[in-house]
Design a protein around this ligand. Sequence first.
Ligand code: UGA
Length: 463
Amino acid sequence: MFTKKNIFYFFIFLSLLSETRLQAESNHKIAVIGTGYVGLVAGACLADFGHIVMCCDIDTKKIEMLNEGHLPIYEIGLQEIVDRNFQEKRLIFTSNIPEAIRLCDSVFICVGTPSDDAGKADLRAIYAACKTIGENINGPKVIFVRSTVPPGTVKKLTEIIQLNYQGNEEVIVAFTPEFLREGVSVKDFCHPERVVIGTHSEAAKKTFCEIFHKQYSKNIPFLLTSIESAETIKYASNAFLAVKVSFINEMSNFCDLSGADIVEVAAGMGLDSRIGSQFLKPGPGYGGSCFPKDTLAILNEANVLGVDLKVIQGAVDANEAQMSIVMNKLRRLLQEPLQGKTIAILGLAFKSNTDDVRYSPALKLINSLILEGAKIKAYDPEAMKNTEKQYPEITYTSSWKEAAQNADAMVLTTDWEEFFTIDLPELYQLMKAPFVLDTRNIFSPEELKQEGFIFDNMGHQKR
Ligand code: UGA
């Protein structure tokens, strides 16, 4: 809810944005620390906005790769932007982080904050980055934290920078959470649905407006908040979406037994604008580098504060249980032990349009199948290399057809576009036995039935 003060800030900010739009002429020199999904997309897009960007990473191999024109990640549209800005010398890749800090007037911190063994956000990389920033500040600079961090962290980061800084000027640190979705992150960066800035500093607001004024239209809502609120907005948003996915997954399990069809149920629910139609697709469970880690991190923080977050805990528990539901479906389909069976897995990435396999449900499935003695033939358009690092023992194929050839069953785990057009009669011919488990509900039950498949899906009509 907007307080009067927030609304005031919001309008001041909008007018500041349009003033800056008219006045700003200079391009900025920006250091981006961290070249993962967040940092690389931010760096490349900021260079494309016309700024000089130094993308830094302590991983020298990654920097070498980038300087040779190879991206360490697959992200739609990114290669083109990187190539263009690299050639035009607006985008520089370096592992000399101190130099980048000294040469630039703003610093974006985009390093990873993965979960530690207890589910707590591991802040070692961001602490180290802030120490380096503090040691190298040589004039007025604004630091924007983009990494997802628990509430209260940015305050600590400011102290770390200040402690390592020899000068007397105030260090300005703002928190600007990113809401990028992998697979569409270039689009999300250039055309965000909202921008949240946690700061009370006029200089941070002004710098942010100058950096983004050319690209962001006046129609994008900007929300100015306290740093702690901005930190919490990020966690609350991801946790809410995780709850939504777990909710629809549980409803699909309910539909499996109640005779209802989850696709119809989700369509009916989604027409209520208070619910909305997005994030109502059931699946094998949410994965990726964000929902699993951020839900655990907020639960951890809540635990420290002595607050019980039962709904988020429920979403995490439901997500944990979803793979056993998938495995039970597969066992029921085959009605035989999985030992010695050849299972084709279509899709390894945690969702389509990415090569990211972090916390991917497909990898959980591989693990369970290996434990039961099944043989696996897997195919994914982009994520096989990353999967192979963890599971070198399974067979990787160059097409869905090769994976399906002579398989005892096929499990579809990721909704890549190319799987929507799988020729079902051909699939039937290729497989040894006609068992299909569609965990993303992409195949028409009527067509599967018509072709003679014995199949299951996630709560979708099978009558
Ligand atoms: C998520 C958020 O959507 C972004 O806004 C946020 O910036 C990002 O995390 C982050 O914190 O960096 P992302 O992890 O790329 O983005 O993936 P999503 O598209 O949100 O999907 C997450 C998981 O939920 C996937 O496993 C996906 O398959 C699953 N999902 C999503 C469903 O099973 N059903 C749905 O209807 C939607």
